[in-house]
Design a protein around this ligand. Structure first.
Ligand code: ACO
Length: 324
């Protein structure tokens, strides 16, 4: 049997950092409001790097760390809701930038669950035996779809990218998974609506900016997402305390407190970095994973069980229980 193993992790964020106090200079908000409601202290905002530029930095780091050549890659998947363009895909741009001429490449659009959905698909490519190695990246420049005149969303998001190199292995990495979508609740989170526009149709307005019913999304995360994590742990015949870390989507620290309580898990097992990055949608989990490896709490030596959970627009939510 062949399985897929996460052999390298990496992340990258634009240099420019915007603090809560910086935001308070351009909108009616305060560090106190943002910090106490969300846990966010600052975020990275791109000056001139695009989503594919951020993803290319991550892809290059993964290659440098692994000493592989770009030509060794079979595929590149980028999860993003802020692509440079719909065509070519962000992944195709990365493929060209790093010179991975043998890799097929495409984007996944599943908002904050995008990295989880993409990692699950990549795992199946490798465990089918057809492909040996590939890169999965979450990359976002959410700053370009934020309505900077809407303080209720503008303070929440940031730019960044993170990713993993997956390689064929004889040890199973994904032990259990649960992927979910409820399109009927899609209106809770919307962005970049492309209206019809042709001589044969009515003219519908494009609506670029991200809108969110924050309370509905908060409740969805606490209720539905937590329930699906509990079910996955139960189905895998595991106890929550046998899991070393829970890497949950980084939207709001208060939300993580509530999820920890419902799951009966100590907050020490649920790391957070939204203080530094804000919500980076598809990039949030791989950035966190990469930072955890950097600070040695996660080791990539096959000895730990880690739960990765994304949730957001779609609505989508997904959990992978991995040995790492
Ligand atoms: N600064 C100051 N005041 C503000 C701000 C701000 N930035 N934003 C809103 N307020 C005000 C509101 O106007 C409101 O004032 P009012 O009571 O006078 O009307 C008050 O603060 C409370 O607003 P609420 O929206 O009720 O605040 P809430 O406590 O619900 O927190 C928040 C809002 C932080 C957005 C929370 O609902 C949340 O985190 N939701 C989840 C978001 C999330 O998880 N997103 C993940 C998916 S993202 C994706 O998929 C791309």
């Amino acid at each position: 049997m062949v399985f897929a193993k996460i052999s390298q992790v990496a992340h990258y964020a634009p240099e420019q950092v915007v603090s809560n106090d910086d935001l308070a200079k351009i909108m009616e908000t305060s560090d106190e409001w943002i910090r106490t409601r969300t846990g966010i202290l600052r975020r990275h905002i791109s000056k001139d790097e695009t989503t594919s530029d951020l993803a290319t930095e991550v892809a290059q780091k993964l290659l440098d760390q692994s000493k592989l050549s770009a030509e060794d890659l079979d595929f590149i998947i980028v999860a993003t809701i802020t692509p440079d363009s719909l065509m070519p895909s962000t992944a195709a741009r990365v493929q060209a930038n790093i010179g991975a001429s043998g890799a097929f490449a495409f984007d996944v659009t599943a908002a904050c669950s995008g990295f989880i959905f993409a990692l699950s698909a990549a795992d199946k490519y490798i465990s089918s035996g057809m492909y040996q190695r590939g890169i999965v990246i979450g990359s976002e420049t959410l700053s370009k779809v934020i309505d900077w005149s809407d303080r209720s969303t503008a303070v929440l998001f940031g730019d960044g990218a993170g990713g993993v190199l997956l390689e064929a292995s004889d040890q199973p990495a994904i032990l259990a998974e649960s992927l979910n979508t409820d399109g009927s609740r899609g209106h809770s989170l919307e962005s970049c609506y492309l209206g019809l526009s042709s001589p044969y149709s009515g003219q519908e307005m494009d609506r670029k900016y991200l809108t969110m019913d924050g309370r509905a999304v908060f409740d969805f995360a606490i209720r539905d997402v937590t329930k699906s994590i509990q079910k996955l742990i139960g189905d895998a015949s595991l106890e929550a305390d046998k899991i070393d870390y829970f890497l949950l989507h980084q939207a709001n620290d208060r939300m993580l407190d509530k999820m920890a309580k419902k799951l009966g898990v100590s907050r020490e097992k649920i790391p957070a970095n939204m203080m530094e990055y804000g919500n980076t949608s598809a990039a949030s989990i791989p950035i966190l994973l990469s930072e955890c490896v950097e600070n040695h709490c996660i080791k990539l030596d096959g000895s730990q069980k880690i739960l990765l959970t994304g949730f957001g627009g779609g609505l989508t939510w997904g959990t992978l229980l991995v040995t790492i």
